[in-house]
Design a protein around this ligand. Sequence first.
Ligand SMILES: [Ca+2]
Ligand SMILES: [Ca+2]
Length: 276
Amino acid sequence: MTKHTLLLIATIILIVSIGTIGCALDLPVDAVDENEQLTEQDEAEEENEGESNPNVFLETFDTLDTSVWQVATWSEHGGQTGYDRCFVEDGKLNMIFINDSVDGYLNAALQTREEYLYGTWEASLKPSSVPGVLNSFFTIDWDDMSTSSSTSDGTKQEIDIEFLTYTFAEDFGRVHYAVHAEGYNSYESVPDIALDFNPSDDFHTWGFEITPEFIRWFVDDITLRTYTYSEGDINITEPYQLKLNVWSKENWINGPPEADVECIYQIDWIRFTPAE
Ligand SMILES: [Ca+2]
Ligand SMILES: [Ca+2]
């Protein structure tokens, strides 16, 4: 063999060796990628438990889908709502109240375009830690959608979860529950339910089950209150929209919050599982 042939063989061996090492290095990298994908998929499946049921409504707020949600752009509870204070960021819906020193109360609200009735609502919520604002999660039959003559001719049947942020303290807080309907006496939690944690410290799963006989409110699978229709005047009988909003006033909510401070209410996901 000539020197050139030897050099050629040596070069080929070197290239094959580098290729083999490259493949060997590639293997664990691929394995890590697969693991990462599996982990993300597992997390999504965990968050989307029940997704196989086609009747389950699940919103994870990866985007703000305006075909599902109507973002309020009107004035309500003495404040102007708008897209600026109702937006998705990092997989979470942010709803912001500002006691603006120039423009006054700036609110936020959004509601489903579809209607729902019996079933269980769950939502991962983290209310604002700033005292003096109300953060809500509620049902409202504002409009009887079967009639076009009026857009406010619903029963006003309403089921509330309301956080009054002034009640929050270290390892403590309160949550307000209520049921309303036009022309009927309301059911309200008085005094409001005491909690052994501050709801603004972290996300918790808040929700209620609505049946033809009762309403049951819970947090993280612990039942906090049950209202049986036979103990009051109001039955939930009509389809409703789900709505969330942030607002303030002096009495009851103990507002307003400090001027120009962003009071941020975060919602990670919302799920509705219809009754069988
Ligand atoms: Ca109507
Ligand atoms: Ca989310």
